[in-house]
Design a protein around this ligand. Structure first.
Ligand SMILES: Nc1ncnc2c1ncn2[C@@H]1O[C@H](COP(=O)(O)OS(=O)(=O)O)[C@@H](OP(=O)(O)O)[C@H]1O
Length: 295
């Protein structure tokens, strides 16, 4: 039987599924009689956009005790009015010992998402994961996505600087998002440090097994995803892919919209941006007690 909710957990729960209850499309029974149903997430990747959220979700959902919604659900930012049953129905089927996850990068910068999560998850201990990367590379990645979609010829500098100057256009959202500290303080109003885990998006590309080890520990999972499960694919411009031995998907690499080619950026632009992000980076480093090499 094939359940079409994203590839990673498709086969995982498939062989455990025996019976479909047509009166309630969210309940299945496996061959041991255990109820297999849709559950609210216990952990959410809340951001940050263009920092590797998709890769992180794909890799962690290779764990046998994790199931994930492969679509961005956008519940707390866009679909809140649809209610909790709608949200639960976006989740894949899971067993009681499995952790359900979703990722919606927009949550991190959205004004009301943190508060709404506290309203939704008041009686369970929600875990939040934030993946961040060098904000200059993040901005370039956002720029590449934007120009790909709009088929625009404007250069990165055209967006970054106010016309004919080297004054930063700090109203440009792709630049603002890179001040991770600014948004983080809003989350801290509602969540304690031990509920939030930061992933180094640069290291996720170079040594994904290290970041996955920390994530598995944070989620109190047995350590299943290890270095031997990753390989680097030169067709994917040396981005890591995950081997299919943990679960039976055909392709452990990300799709063509991930790992796009970035344009060369002038050294002068990099220097100006480095300076622009300096305070934000060092504040985040201090408050979140993280020591990523690029911070
Ligand atoms: N394994 C692997 N494969 C491909 N790409 C990888 C991987 N790990 C991290 N990345 C980086 O993830 C960037 C996209 O980030 P997101 O998935 O968060 O983007 S999005 O917000 O969901 O649009 C994407 O950005 P671009 O390089 O600009 O395409 C990648 O740099």
């Amino acid at each position: 039987m094939c359940i079409s909710y994203g590839d990673n957990y498709l086969f995982k729960n498939d062989n455990k599924t025996l019976q479909y209850d047509y009166n309630n499309n969210s309940i299945f029974k496996n061959n041991t009689g255990e109820i297999n149903q849709r559950r609210l997430p216990k952990a959410i990747i809340i951001g940050v956009k263009k920092c590797g959220t998709r890769a992180l979700l794909k890799f962690i959902s290779a764990h046998p005790d994790v199931v994930a919604s492969m679509n961005e659900v956008h519940f707390f930012d866009q679909n809140y009015y649809r209610g909790l049953d709608w949200y639960r129905n976006q989740m894949p089927l899971s067993l009681s010992n499995q952790i359900t996850m979703e990722k919606t990068p927009q949550y991190y910068i959205h004004n009301r998402s943190a508060y709404r999560m506290t309203q939704t998850f008041s009686n369970i201990k929600l875990k939040l994961i934030v993946i961040i990367r060098d904000p200059i590379i993040r901005a370039i990645s956002d720029y590449v996505q934007l120009t790909t979609k709009r088929k625009s010829n404007l250069t990165f500098e055209d967006y970054v600087f106010i016309k004919n100057s080297t004054i930063i256009n700090d109203k440009w959202i792709p630049l603002k998002i890179g001040c991770y500290y600014h948004y983080f303080t809003k989350w801290l109003k509602y969540y304690s440090f031990n509920q939030i885990h930061f992933v180094d998006g640069e290291n996720l590309i170079k040594r994904p097994w290290e970041e996955l080890l920390y994530v598995q520990k944070f989620l109190n999972l047995t350590i299943q995803i290890q270095q031997k499960h990753f390989y680097f694919n030169h067709y994917k411009r040396s981005f890591p892919c995950i081997r299919n031995q943990l679960y039976q998907t055909k392709n452990g690499c990300l799709g063509s919209s991930k790992g796009r080619k970035h344009p060369d950026i002038k050294q002068e632009t990099r220097t100006i941006l480095k300076n622009y992000y300096k305070t934000c980076n060092s504040r985040l480093k201090q408050i979140a007690q993280i020591n990523f090499s690029w911070l």
